[in-house]
Design a protein around this ligand. Structure first.
Ligand SMILES: Nc1ncnc2c1ncn2[C@@H]1O[C@H](COP(=O)(O)OP(=O)(O)OP(=O)(O)O)[C@@H](O)[C@H]1O
Ligand SMILES: [Mg+2]
Length: 370
């Protein structure tokens, strides 16, 4: 009892509440409006899950905010995959919302996004199978009580969605343990002469970054167990501005930052700079540019603007100005102190300096670089 009360208090004041808490009202409204068939143990129908992700208006007028901004079809394929016996692999360059989409999928499908395995080079087999509580194991021998199930095992037993983050960072032999689970849908526990069979509703969403270096490739045997959905970078500047402004507003709200009036001009500027450097060419197509070594993802644009808002709120007059984002942009672009610095200087002197309406920003970039 005490424990659940404490968890509740933490849940409400958590720095980053889980999707199913943040969007509890939307999920409840969707469940109420949803009269389509739901796969076994799904909280919502596939249609309602994709509406939750992409946003929309319900018959009763409830507005569902878009979580993911991108091609509808991708989301539909992802959701449909989860309703089959194949697992889902979200693939893409850094910052394309793979983790974000997987969290929201788990929240909408199973009402719980916390069954999570974080993939690292050190992820042990226990993280995908099971471990033991050694005190109990030594005292009473192997038993159900001494067994510590992994998130995967719990998802199998309860018919839930489990998430595996950064699948390709997991050592090959641990990845292999997933092959049996995904193809046989059962997890043997030889110590107890038992097995845990997955019940309907169980599925797995994995994410992997296709730009990670020095990672374990997915074995073809494991890859065949997945339907792969590649999440793209935002197709247009407008889409990216839309994503950044939405997320910045949400994050700013959760950090109690006052909303910045007229922040859009700086958001557009950050997105323009990131896209031009990423694409290696200016928006008008006239000037070729060198690209810096970092990825300059949408996620980084969001951090730069959020950081700028904090500066504006605490040290400025609350209005987001060029000086508030310039230092953040510099930090995101210049990862390698020599090569990237040259790329940035060239961009500032040839593009920023000449562009109409960018004089203040040019000055701010010069000051930030000093
Ligand atoms: N298309 C998009 N729609 C909505 N939000 C997006 C989109 N692209 C990026 N974001 C935002 O970018 C942030 C980072 O996304 P996330 O951490 O999920 O990226 P990732 O693909 O998992 O990156 P990494 O490969 O580094 O793990 C999130 O706050 C997310 O809201
Ligand atoms: Mg991620």
């Amino acid at each position: 009892m005490t424990v659940s009360v404490q968890t509740d208090a933490v849940g409400r004041d958590a720095l980053r509440p889980h999707a199913e808490h943040t969007f509890a009202a939307e999920l409840a409204a969707l469940a109420a409006a949803d009269d389509r068939p739901r796969p076994a143990r799904w909280k919502l129908s596939p249609w309602a899950v994709s509406t939750y992700l992409l946003g929309g208006t319900l018959p009763d007028g409830t507005l569902v905010t878009p979580k993911y901004v991108g091609p509808r079809r991708l989301v539909e394929v992802a959701v449909a995959t989860l309703a089959t016996d194949r697992a889902l692999l979200l693939l893409g360059v850094p910052g394309t919302a793979k983790t974000w989409v997987s969290e929201h999928l788990a929240a909408a499908v199973s009402g719980d996004s916390t069954l999570l395995v974080q993939g690292t080079a050190g992820t042990p087999e226990e993280a995908v199978r099971y471990g033991w509580n050694y005190a109990r194991l030594l005292a009473h021998g192997p038993s159900r009580e001494a067994l510590v199930p992994s998130p995967v095992m719990r998802a199998m037993a309860e018919g839930m969605t489990v998430r595996v983050e950064e699948l390709t960072r997991i050592p090959a032999d641990v990845q292999d343990a997933l092959i049996t689970i995904l193809s046989e849908k059962t997890l043997p526990v030889p110590e107890l002469a038992e097995e845990v069979q997955a019940v309907r509703g169980f599925n797995l969403v994995a994410t992997a970054n296709d730009r990670d270096r020095g990672v374990n490739e997915l074995s073809s045997a494991l890859r065949r167990r997945f339907n792969t959905v590649v999440l793209p970078l935002p197709a247009t500047p407008e889409a990216e501005v839309d994503i950044v402004s939405r997320r910045v507003a949400q994050i700013g709200h959760s950090l109690d930052l006052p909303p910045a009036p007229d922040g859009m001009a700086e958001i557009r500027r950050v997105v323009t700079v990131f896209r031009e450097l990423r694409d290696g060419v200016t928006t008008d197509g006239r000037t070729r540019l060198k690209s810096p070594s970092g990825t300059l993802s949408t996620a980084e644009a969001i951090s730069v603007v959020t950081g700028g808002l904090a500066l504006a709120a605490h040290f400025g007059d609350g209005v987001l100005r060029p000086g508030d984002v310039a230092a953040g942009i510099l930090g995101a672009v210049v990862r390698d102190p020599t090569a990237d610095r040259l790329v940035w200087q060239e961009y500032v002197e040839t593009v920023v300096r000449e562009r109409e309406g960018w004089k203040d920003f040019y000055r701010a970039c010069r000051e930030a670089a000093e």
